[in-house]
Design a protein around this ligand. Structure first.
Ligand code: NDP
Length: 313
């Protein structure tokens, strides 16, 4: 890898805008055939952080020309009641995609709900059938965040085949499907997690390093190989002056935001690590926008698949 070039920012907003333009055109094409694709988001109870994400998803799908619906059962709803709600959505012809926003209240069984969503409407790609299809190399509906990261690498012309990709994090939502997608793109893949011994050693051998941990700045410059591609999935809010000074001293724009809001958003990489990268995703404005764009793409894909219409690979 070239270690002398200036780090390039992978602009998630720009790539997401490109994907959304393509999705909107496809929605138009379907509309011309009398098909109006639709996304239903289920948000249980009141959760301030979720509300922002959910409104963004609902708003974006409406802007792109889809039927867009938000269902908001109270926090006291039972798993059984949610399963019944999902069953009703499963049989509605105007619903192509069903998304159940997390986090859910502790008494709700998320696994059962993931299984309740009809696999052909599972735009999150969490149903065991879709997980299995991904695993066996015949993906149908992919989890949005890792799918967006692959799309970003592809559209930027970053080659994956033969590279050593290290994924830190093994969640069902990000880490595991990310590793599987990179493997299908012919990377040599290592998965690390909280019990990994010598995390630094593994990370330092990565050509492509994906951090999906949820701990602010845990990936330090010493853990990064010069010239690596750094993908920061983490979304962490820091509130202490000490953390702010450690990560962002001298960053006037962030300092103004920190003073105004008492917090700033950052990823799992110590931002000083980005100086070593060939390419990196900023937080915010990197992976986040792609997740929503891929949700839109998945919903139209689901609309096509359900009707036996052609889809891209
Ligand atoms: P989870 O909490 O489900 O998984 C975190 C993973 O990180 C686990 O596998 C855990 O290991 C591992 N981990 C925790 N601490 C360490 C450590 N010290 N060293 C190495 N590995 C560690 O989180 P998610 O996968 O759901 O999300 C990860 C982050 O990505 C979060 O900040 C989340 O907000 C963000 N996110 C961002 C999205 C976006 O659109 N930008 C979308 C989805 C998530 P173990 O399994 O051993 O516990």
């Amino acid at each position: 890898m070239d270690t002398t070039t200036v780090p390039q920012i992978l602009d998630g907003n720009a790539i997401a805008a490109e994907i959304k333009t393509e999705v909107a055109a496809d929605i138009e094409r379907l509309h011309a055939q009398g098909i109006r694709s639709g996304l239903t988001v289920v948000m249980v109870g009141n959760h301030a952080a979720s509300e922002i994400y959910v409104r963004n998803k609902v708003k974006t799908s409406a802007e792109l020309g889809m039927n867009s619906e938000l269902v908001t059962p109270p926090a006291t709803v039972t798993t059984g009641e949610l399963q019944a709600l999902v069953s009703r959505l499963n049989v509605r012809d105007d619903v192509d995609g069903i998304l159940i926003q997390t986090p859910l209240p502790a008494h709700v069984d998320k696994k059962l709900l993931d299984q309740a969503v009809a696999p052909e409407k599972d735009v999150d790609g969490f149903h065991p059938i879709n997980v299995g299809l991904l695993q066996s190399g015949h993906p149908r509906l992919l989890p949005c965040t890792p799918a967006g990261i692959i799309e970003m690498l592809r559209r930027t012309g970053i080659s994956i085949a033969g590279k050593h990709a290290v994924v830190v994090g093994r969640s069902d939502i990000v880490g595991k499907p990310m590793a599987m997608l990179l493997l299908h793109e012919n990377a040599t893949v290592t998965i690390c997690h909280s019990k990994t011994k010598d995390l630094e050693g593994f990370c330092r051998t990565a050509d492509i390093l994906v951090a999906a941990i949820g701990k602010a700045g845990i990936i330090t410059p010493q853990m990064v190989r010069p010239g690596a591609v750094l993908i920061d999935v983490g979304m962490n809010r820091i509130t202490s002056q000490e953390d702010f000074a450690r990560f962002f001293a001298g960053d006037a724009k962030r300092e103004a935001a920190f003073k105004k809001n008492g917090s700033v958003l950052m990823g799992d990489f110590d931002p000083h690590a980005f100086a070593l990268a060939s390419y990196y995703t900023p937080v915010p404005g990197g992976v986040g926008p792609l997740t929503i764009a891929m949700l839109m793409a998945n919903t139209v894909r689901a609309a096509r698949l359900r009707r036996g219409l052609p889809v891209s690979k």
